[in-house]
Design a binder for this molecule. Structure first.
Ligand SMILES: Nc1ncnc2c1ncn2[C@@H]1O[C@H](COP(=O)(O)OP(=O)(O)OP(=O)(O)O)[C@@H](O)[C@H]1O
Length: 323
């Protein structure tokens, strides 16, 4: 596997703010998430990787090409989906994507053929002949994705592609992004400030905050199992005055386990060994209660920000998504 993106000490200073601060990352082929709160430096990084803006210091390579000197060769091989709405309202998706394909150097016939293919791939059919001003946000995002793919790039950089979409639209867009890689073998770098959504879509996550790298590792290692059991119990079938969560908590604590409540009927129990499961099951049964859930908790990507905020003394403004 050859490295897709590599930066070393990449720094971008604006007069008032340092948008990237000595960023060193390495991105392998696949679907990679670039996660960070608003203002973390994601869009700045993308523009520098495309050779559209110079770095203040540091170096970077995209598909082995130097961002400082080989910007146009990078843009030939890389597709870019910008964050903001940038579609002319009076032209149709077909006209626009054909135009972008011609700009990328495709001959007229190939541009028309590739446009039809990519618009079909992103799920735009009859609507593709209508002016884009009348499109929904989801349709506009699809056109933006199609124009990033039309010249058959090796890598696409997608800046907040789920922005403005409702949960269903978001899931559709994330499925589409996953398929860009599985169907065409194109590598993807996708940015978001919504943490949960990328857990299912990406192989690898790069988390940045204030232009600095917080963590870069496989999605699996972000969500690895913890040593905590989540236990959820039912109410007592007859005794409605019983606080079932509290009753279980007292008995488990008396049995020597470390327990803390997490909401009214959920307890987090430190896993001491395999027999912790049996102790929980027996305790719940002895109280005449039922178990709704008994499972080993997984780390959420969001926790990296919480952990970091504890160390740094402030919480970055990152939103956990509804997933
Ligand atoms: N052209 C510019 N001139 C001055 N400051 C800039 C410029 N572009 C970005 N910045 C600043 O650099 C920082 C990083 O911005 P950037 O747009 O890269 O963040 P982001 O993570 O993409 O967030 P968002 O999703 O809100 O765009 C911000 O503080 C921003 O205000």
């Amino acid at each position: 596997m050859s490295t897709v993106i590599k930066t070393d000490g990449l720094t971008k200073k604006f007069p008032r703010v340092t948008a990237l601060d000595g960023l060193t990352i390495e991105v392998q082929p696949g679907v990679v998430g670039l996660v960070g709160s608003n203002g973390a430096g994601k869009s700045t990084l993308i523009k520098i990787l495309l050779g559209l803006a110079p770095a203040t210091s540091g170096t970077g390579h995209v598909l082995g090409l130097d961002i400082a000197t080989e910007g146009s060769a990078i843009r030939e091989r890389v597709g870019y989906m910008p964050e903001h709405d940038c579609l002319p309202p009076d032209v149709s998706a077909t006209e626009f994507v054909v135009h972008m394909a011609r700009m990328a150097g495709l001959p007229a016939a190939a541009a028309r053929e590739r446009t039809a293919d990519t618009l079909r791939h992103v799920g735009l059919y009859e609507e593709r002949y209508r002016p884009m001003g009348g499109y929904s946000t989801g349709m506009k995002q699809r056109v933006k994705l199609a124009q990033a793919l039309v010249h058959d790039p090796q890598l696409v950089l997608l800046d907040e592609p789920t922005n403005g979409l409702d949960p269903v639209g978001r899931d559709d867009m994330l499925d589409l992004i996953r398929r860009v890689h599985t169907d065409f073998g194109i590598s993807v770098l996708v940015t978001t400030h919504l943490l949960g959504e990328l857990e299912r879509t990406c192989d690898h996550l790069v988390v940045i905050d204030g232009g600095k790298l917080l963590r870069s590792s496989s999605t699996a290692s972000f969500t690895e199992a913890t040593h905590t059991l989540a236990v959820e119990v039912t109410d007592h079938p007859e005794d409605h005055t019983l606080d079932s969560g509290e009753a279980v908590r007292e008995r488990l604590a008396a049995a020597g386990l470390t327990v803390r409540p997490d909401g009214s009927r959920v307890l987090l129990v430190e896993l001491e060994g395999e027999d912790t499961y049996d102790t929980v099951r027996d305790t719940v049964a002895a109280l005449g209660l039922g178990l709704v859930r008994l499972e080993q908790r997984r780390h959420r990507v969001a926790e990296i920000f919480t952990d970091h905020a504890h160390q740094a003394g402030g919480a970055p403004d990152v939103h956990a998504s509804a997933h």
